[in-house]
Design a protein around this ligand. Structure first.
Ligand SMILES: [Zn+2]
Length: 355
């Protein structure tokens, strides 16, 4: 029965770079990746461009670009065919972890990928939660494993960013019961739970990631999903203060930011040069499995409304809602100066795009 203003925002106030999307991914993208590196393309460039033009999206970054021939195909099909509109990142080859000389091989592969056109490295939560010493068996590989040092270093040397997803929402590490604030989501996706078994705690994963940031100060780490602790902005702020080489993006976390609009607004004011627009968008039908990620007009309109208006108590995702936690959100009403940086300028700088 709440009567409040509803302001539709069909186009963003400034051109958008969406730094976190998945319009292509490895045919087997969960867990340690498939050896053949084949990619699945979830939408054609034309299908994506139609939405992008309507919604004022200048560029979409596909993080899950794989490696080798699959990655090169993605670069040709999207990035080379439509420069400025699409950017492709590369990924590590976890299935080779036990090859002799893996450390150097992985660093060299990133250099080759860069020469082929890849514009950054994506590291999924497979690191820390899926990849094991025996690839799929044995103890989990630590995020700060020394074998990965050359991989982080080469990204700094090549001046390409690492987009890194470490850990997951705090609720995913707690029992799936009536006290869990994401009960419905975990009940729909029980495999997203990292409670029990031999999984490290959320905090242990974050601390291992922080040791990597400290060890590689010349490498830029864009920490996805607001550092994957948007529920705890005091901690994310502390990390941002400690690591100048850390930035964040918003993908699939406006539900968290929008339930604490006053703290979130302060966070945007303080870190306005290090926050990037991202959605984690996935084209349908795959995107339908996670309603907070369905690529399309509606998803972008919700993000724009959250950032630009002071609307109160609205849904943070397309229907059926609520996909994450059972609450609604409040708009931040950010000023133009911050909007321009978050929508575009911070990402353009990270990606080395000319203004
Ligand atoms: Zn993602």
């Amino acid at each position: 029965m709440l009567h409040v203003a509803e302001n539709k925002v069909p186009r963003s106030r400034y051109p958008v770079i969406d730094v976190h999307t998945h319009f292509a991914w490895l045919a087997r993208s969960e867990g340690p990746n498939a050896a053949d590196g084949r990619l699945k393309f979830l939408a054609t460039p034309e299908e994506l461009l139609a939405v992008m033009d309507r919604k004022n999206i200048q560029t979409m970054v596909n993080l899950t670009g794989g490696y080798g021939a699959g990655m090169e195909e993605a670069i040709q099909k999207y990035q080379a065919a439509h420069p400025k509109r699409f950017v492709i990142f590369t990924e590590p080859q976890w299935h080779r972890l036990n090859d002799p000389n893996y450390s150097q091989f992985q660093a060299d592969e990133i250099e080759r990928a860069r020469k082929a056109g890849a514009r950054g490295l994506k590291v999924t939560k497979a690191l820390g939660l899926y990849v094991r010493e025996g690839i799929t068996t044995g103890p989990l590989v630590k995020i700060d494993d020394r074998r990965l040092d050359p991989m982080w270093e080469v990204c700094g040397a090549l001046k390409i960013p690492v987009s890194i997803h470490i850990s997951d929402p705090e609720a995913f590490f707690l029992p799936i019961d009536r006290f869990n604030e994401r009960f419905e989501e975990l009940n729909n996706h029980p495999d997203w739970s990292f409670h029990g078994k031999d999984f490290p705690s959320n905090r242990e994963l974050q601390e291992a990631r922080n040791r990597v940031y400290a060890r590689h100060p010349k490498t830029h780490f864009n920490t996805l999903h607001v550092g994957n602790d948007a529920e705890d902005l005091p901690s994310v702020s502390e990390w941002m203060d400690r690591f100048p080489n850390m930035s964040v993006e918003l993908g699939a976390r406006i539900g968290e930011l929008g339930r604490q609009p006053r703290a979130a607004r302060k966070f945007f004011e303080k870190y306005q040069d290090r926050i990037m627009f991202g959605t984690d968008a996935v084209p349908p039908p795959e995107g339908l499995a996670t309603p907070q990620q369905i690529f399309g007009d509606e998803l972008y309109e919700i993000y724009y409304r959250f950032l630009e208006t002071q609307d109160e108590y609205f849904d943070y995702a397309p229907a059926p809602v609520p996909p994450q936690g059972r609450w609604r959100i409040y708009g931040l009403g950010l000023p133009d100066k911050i909007l321009r940086k978050v929508y575009h300028d911070n990402a353009a700088r990270m990606l080395g795009m000319a203004r």
